[in-house]
Ligand binder design. Structure first.
Ligand SMILES: [Zn+2]
Length: 229
């Protein structure tokens, strides 16, 4: 991430600033920046418009859209954006969480590790993929284990930066589980770093959020020991 002191040197034009932000992957807010009218349009209309504009992008690049292999691509991309890879932008797709009483009086740490993460970098629209590890200490309520995966998946299916994804998952866990005692670690690879720009194919990025008791060294250590970190 960019050092504060260096940013003023490179902001000679807006274009340069935007490019620098994109390459350094800083982000501006915990909430995904959304327009006020984000859901004024039906999904069908969104897909129709994305199809049209994506076809235009392909044509500008010189691709022949009458080719059998290419002609269905704009429609496929539009459908994939709205119903799959960016479906987490729409709150209607947020997983419903049901809380259960913790009958077993299990008051220890619960860790769900190696949850697959498939997201996309919001600066380049190329994949971010890796693993998320989440943990919580029950406040007397528990949720089904698969819900932890679904919460990760929901927030991953947005244009993202890894830091925001980490915090959004943690905040949702806190709210759903009614406790501050949650932790999230994400270890992910960024295709925008690996396949372009500096082309570092060996690197991965680790981000972490520790809330409540997880800020205590002994609890954090226990959690990280389960992860082998
Ligand atoms: Zn990127």
């Amino acid at each position: 991430m960019k050092q504060n002191g260096t940013s003023s040197n490179i902001q000679s034009t807006e274009m340069v600033e935007v490019e620098e932000i994109g390459n350094d992957h800083v982000f501006s807010s915990i909430e995904t920046p959304m327009r006020k009218d984000a859901f004024a349009m039906e999904d069908d209309l969104k897909m129709e418009l994305i199809e049209k504009h994506f076809r235009h992008i392909m044509e500008i690049m010189g691709l022949d859209l009458t080719d059998d292999s290419l002609k269905g691509t704009p429609k496929r991309v539009a459908k994939m954006f709205i119903t799959e890879v960016f479906s987490g932008l729409d709150p209607k797709n947020k997983p419903a969480v049901t809380l259960f009483e913790n009958k077993y009086k299990y008051d220890q740490m619960l860790v769900e590790k190696d949850i697959s993460v498939f997201s996309n970098c919001e600066h380049h629209f190329v994949p971010i993929y890796g693993k998320a590890h989440v943990a919580y200490i029950s406040s007397g309520k528990v949720i089904g284990l698969s819900k932890l995966n679904r919460i990760v998946e929901y927030f991953a299916k947005r244009p993202q930066v890894q830091e925001r994804l980490t915090v959004q998952i943690a905040n949702e866990l806190k709210e759903a589980l009614q406790t501050e005692d949650v932790a999230v670690v994400i270890d992910a690879q960024h295709m925008c770093v690996q396949s372009r720009g500096i082309r570092d194919s060996g690197s991965s990025t680790v981000t972490a959020f520790y809330g409540g008791k997880f800020q205590e060294e002994i609890t954090k250590k226990e959690f990280l020991s389960y992860l082998g970190m």
